[in-house]
Write a protein that binds this ligand. Structure first.
Ligand code: IDC
Length: 344
């Protein structure tokens, strides 16, 4: 009798094990689950509550993905083949279309916009999330091209606002001594957010923060009010930024704003040196602990150490790169995204 009881207990615990496993697999860290459901089919319309990014069912989610390189330089990868490959081989849940404004980007060459719309349309088809990144960099004050930003985001919101796949990142990295939160970034953000919200009531809008998207603590002291689903970007490069920046992130969280790491690198902030694997892993466990989504910079074969492709990798834009065409950083990040390296 006791034997039968024990057997029954064993069978029961095995069953609960199987059930809880399948529950975990169905809704975490997969671009497409074992039943063929894409991440957007499972999570649906994202929203923000306090410091947390939530799926439509109200459950906290962490997204992980890859950023394009500057689309004006290597726009050939912003296509369905490459994005599908990253979704299926890398388990990528979100793609960031980095459209520089200056440095030969949108302001002087508006045709680069088609690389953004190609990205968005591929992401919608493939059921992943996509960030439209207004990539200010050498033009450190977002107000310089505010008028163009309002026009651009109005058009994007009008065209794609009804799709839950879309996330807006309205100023990559504000920078410069005179570029403050109160004087530049916040008023710029309020203007662009108003234009987006007139056309898209709910998709997430991510606001850059001063000092190359590091001063999240300053933004948190005076956050944007009157709108739902606003997040703030935090950027790090593992060879340059460590515990001091994590401390700023913790202050921001304690003040109640939601953070999104829309760009991070395994190198130094130059995009080179490293790869700083141990430091990157430490950052990823910090982000996992706080349930903060992250996107890795970047898909390039330029030969810089932050890039995920090796220098000689195929440049035609067909994707399907072999292992030997990946850089050290690419191999490292791919394993993490495929859940082969556990983040503790
Ligand atoms: C870098 C590229 C590099 C390029 C430079 C200027 O990696 O090849 O020459 O831009 O166009 C950022 C920026 C991102 C930078 C990256 C590395 O958002 O555009 O890309 N970085 O320097 N912030 C911190 C680091």
């Amino acid at each position: 009798m006791r034997k039968t009881f024990c057997c029954l207990l064993l069978v029961l615990s095995a069953l609960t094990g199987i059930l809880s496993c399948s529950k975990d697999d169905s809704d975490t860290r997969l671009s497409v689950d074992r039943w063929g459901k894409t991440v957007v089919e499972r999570y649906g319309q994202l929203k923000v509550s306090g410091t947390q990014l939530l799926n439509a069912a109200g459950r906290p989610v962490q997204l992980r993905g890859v950023s394009s390189f500057g689309l004006q330089y290597e726009g050939q990868y912003a296509n369905e083949d490459v994005i599908r490959w990253l979704r299926d081989d890398w388990n990528m849940q979100i793609w960031r279309a980095a459209m520089y404004t200056a440095e030969g980007g949108y302001i002087s060459r508006s045709a680069v916009k088609s690389r953004v719309t190609d990205s968005v349309e591929a992401a919608i088809k493939l059921g992943i999330y996509v960030i439209i990144d207004w990539h200010i960099l050498s033009d450190g004050d977002p107000r310089i091209y505010q008028k163009q930003a309002v026009e651009f985001f109005s058009e994007m919101a009008e065209r794609y606002g009804q799709y839950p796949n879309l996330i807006y990142e309205i100023c990559n990295e504000p920078n410069g001594r005179d570029v403050t939160w109160a004087g530049s970034v916040k008023p710029y953000a309020e203007a662009v957010i108003a234009a987006i919200r007139a056309r898209d009531p709910d998709n997430i809008i991510i606001v850059g923060t001063p000092t190359w998207s590091q001063d999240v603590d300053i933004a948190a002291a005076s956050p944007i009010t009157g709108y739902e689903n606003i997040m703030y970007s935090l950027h790090f490069y593992a060879g340059t930024h460590g515990s001091a920046l994590q401390r700023k992130a913790e202050i921001a969280l304690s003040r109640g704003i939601a953070l999104f790491v829309t760009e991070c690198g395994t190198s130094q902030a130059t995009g080179n040196d490293g790869v700083y694997e141990a430091e990157t892993l430490q950052w990823f466990s910090f982000l996992q602990k706080h349930n903060i989504s992250w996107i890795n910079w970047s898909l390039t074969n330029k030969g810089e150490s932050s890039g995920i492709l090796a220098k000689g990798a195929d440049r035609t834009g067909k994707g399907h790169w072999t292992d030997s065409e990946l850089s050290q950083s690419g191999k490292f990040i791919r394993k993490i995204m495929r859940n082969e390296t556990q983040i503790k």
